[in-house]
Design a protein around this ligand. Structure first.
Ligand SMILES: *[C@@H]1O[C@H](CO)[C@@H](O)[C@H](O)[C@H]1NC(C)=O
Ligand SMILES: *[C@@H]1O[C@H](CO)[C@@H](O)[C@H](O)[C@H]1NC(C)=O
Ligand SMILES: *[C@@H]1O[C@H](CO)[C@@H](O)[C@H](O)[C@H]1NC(C)=O
Ligand SMILES: *[C@@H]1O[C@H](CO)[C@@H](O)[C@H](O)[C@H]1NC(C)=O
Ligand SMILES: *[C@@H]1O[C@H](CO)[C@@H](O)[C@H](O)[C@H]1NC(C)=O
Ligand SMILES: *[C@@H]1O[C@H](CO)[C@@H](O)[C@H](O)[C@H]1NC(C)=O
Ligand SMILES: [Zn+2]
Length: 454
């Protein structure tokens, strides 16, 4: 029997200020049967997917939360939320000194030939050739490791065992990556894979709680939802790169890696006026070759917290729509993350997504309300802020190079924060941090969703 205990300690002001979104939330609520925010909830066993004990206790939930039983697999049936605010082209982002004026969000305003959505862009185009030259000119030495085979660690035993490759996927090796926040009980809040159909709900909730996050944006989706990306940016969330088409980056050639990063940087600049300094590899799939190329393009690698060869701070929310993880399992993971967060001496970064209705509903209905109610208090902020840096340091155009200079040269060290001690490779052991089948399914799911969205 699985027992999910959800006490009724709902946050008062959880519903937001934006009227348009309130209407949406209310419409959604009336479609829901009952509420999970009162009393205890007994959820049915979820068959083969569940692990033996899936209890969790939330200190608070959102009174408008979608009931947990409705955060299930499949395609969302709830209405979506468009950007609530459209900003006029030329608007000044006053919060960001020296930022360029906001570009026109309309795709028609940028009559450039864009790569196909959801596919690695052509690495032989003139545009990518220019970025290849930029990498060549950067002075960063790109290690000569060959691309990995599809199929993860099990299909790459030599590469996985090669400590000099420092492949995070297989053993968790880090090399100046951002994977924690320096200060204990500080959560570097991140959402990946958007902007997407339910990002508006998340922005609404973050706004209502005065929270700022880091959004790791997929270039293909930035093209599809430029006004949502502008809204994220203008709401002072940190915008960062999450590639053009969300591939496993270590499987790509150097030129393909450059094409993925270059185009996603470019589209974000075209839509927001600023170019991110940080990126997160999809699936955390990064090695020293991919890291070096990213660095040559001015991007710092950001992951999420990993405390042992088998435990990373991953809620598993991404796999709810595909039916591999239940909402209860994700909340059980969240409780484990919270427990572990109190035992480590640094802060932490958790993997979550704004791609799906389910992942947004879990975040706004359960995870964030719980986090906001914890004692001692958890400080929740974007990665750039948790590193002790001003938001201007998150972008090339606004970084004044005083606290977070762009590094160059093969031996340059990244500035990770004011008092970060620097990460070390925790283990070079060959291990499978995410089963290859999960990754494959995630990819298939993502591309099918991409097809649906784009
Ligand atoms: C990179 O630079 C080297 C010499 O510095 C040159 O031989 C090579 O052709 C360049 N490659 C590209 C792609 O420009
Ligand atoms: C393992 O790698 C080989 C060579 O790239 C590839 O042909 C094969 O499909 C991969 N196997 C799996 C299970 O991905
Ligand atoms: C970390 O990885 C680098 C590069 O792979 C290697 O040279 C170094 O010895 C490793 N450090 C530790 C502490 O394992
Ligand atoms: C980092 O610096 C801040 C203030 O500069 C300090 O309060 C905090 O304890 C430091 N954290 C660590 C992990 O050293
Ligand atoms: C928490 O830490 C324990 C001990 O290392 C580990 O077994 C567990 O998987 C961790 N859970 C999470 C969600 O990190
Ligand atoms: C910061 O450094 C970059 C890269 O070296 C440079 O292009 C830029 O002009 C510098 N910005 C300022 C304000 O000095
Ligand atoms: Zn992703």
């Amino acid at each position: 029997m699985k027992l999910a205990v959800v006490p009724a300690l709902a946050l008062p002001a959880a519903v937001a200020a934006h009227a348009a979104r309130d209407v949406h939330l209310h419409a959604r609520q009336s479609a829901a049967t009952g509420s999970s925010s009162a009393g205890s909830v007994t959820t049915p066993a979820a068959g083969a997917l569940t692990t033996p004990s899936l209890t969790f206790t939330l200190l608070s939930t959102n009174p408008t939360a979608v009931p947990l039983t409705e955060i299930a697999s499949g395609v969302s049936s709830f209405a979506t939320v468009a950007a609530t605010t459209t900003f006029a082209a030329g608007t000044t982002p006053t919060f960001l000194p020296n930022a360029p004026a906001l570009p026109n969000g309309d795709r028609g305003a940028r009559p450039i030939k864009l790569p196909t959505l959801g596919q690695t862009p052509d690495p032989t185009s003139d545009q990518v050739k220019a970025w290849i030259q930029e990498v060549n000119n950067s002075g960063v030495t790109i290690p000569s490791f060959s691309p990995t085979n599809p199929g993860g660690c099990a299909n790459n035993t030599a590469a996985a065992a090669d400590a000099s490759r420092c492949w995070w996927t297989c053993g968790g090796c880090e090399n100046n990556d951002v994977s924690t926040c320096p200060n204990k009980l500080t959560w570097g809040l991140t959402y990946d894979d958007g902007p997407a159909l339910h990002t508006g709900d998340l922005l609404n909730y973050l706004d209502s709680q005065n929270l700022k996050a880091t959004f790791f944006v997929v270039g293909s989706r930035a093209i599809s939802y430029p006004y949502l990306l502008q809204e994220e940016f203008m709401a002072q969330h940190q915008i960062a790169v999450h590639t053009w088409s969300h591939p496993q980056m270590t499987t790509l050639t150097n030129e393909q890696v450059i094409a993925e990063l270059g185009w996603s940087k470019k589209i974000i600049t075209d839509v927001t006026g600023v170019t991110p300094r940080y990126w997160r590899p999809p699936f955390g799939d990064v090695d020293n070759r991919v890291r070096a190329i990213a660095k040559a393009l001015g991007l710092e690698t950001s992951l999420w917290t990993r405390i042992s060869p088998t435990a990373t701070f991953d809620t598993g929310d991404f796999d709810i729509p595909g039916g591999l993880v239940t909402a209860n399992q994700a909340l059980n993971n969240w409780e484990g993350i919270m427990a572990n967060a109190t035992t480590i001496n640094t802060g932490f970064i958790v993997l979550e997504h704004d791609l799906f209705q389910q992942t947004v509903d879990l975040a706004t209905g359960y995870i964030l309300p719980d986090a906001l109610s914890r004692t001692p208090k958890i400080t929740i902020e974007p990665i750039i802020t948790c590193l002790g840096l001003p938001i201007r340091d998150a972008y090339i155009e606004t970084n004044d190079n005083s606290s977070n200079p762009v590094s160059s040269g093969s031996n340059a060290q990244t500035t990770k924060g004011t008092n970060s001690s620097g990460n070390s490779n925790t283990s070079a052991a060959v291990g499978v941090s995410a089963p290859a089948s999960f990754i494959a399914l995630g990819l298939a799911l993502l591309s099918s969703v991409a097809a649906f969205l784009l």
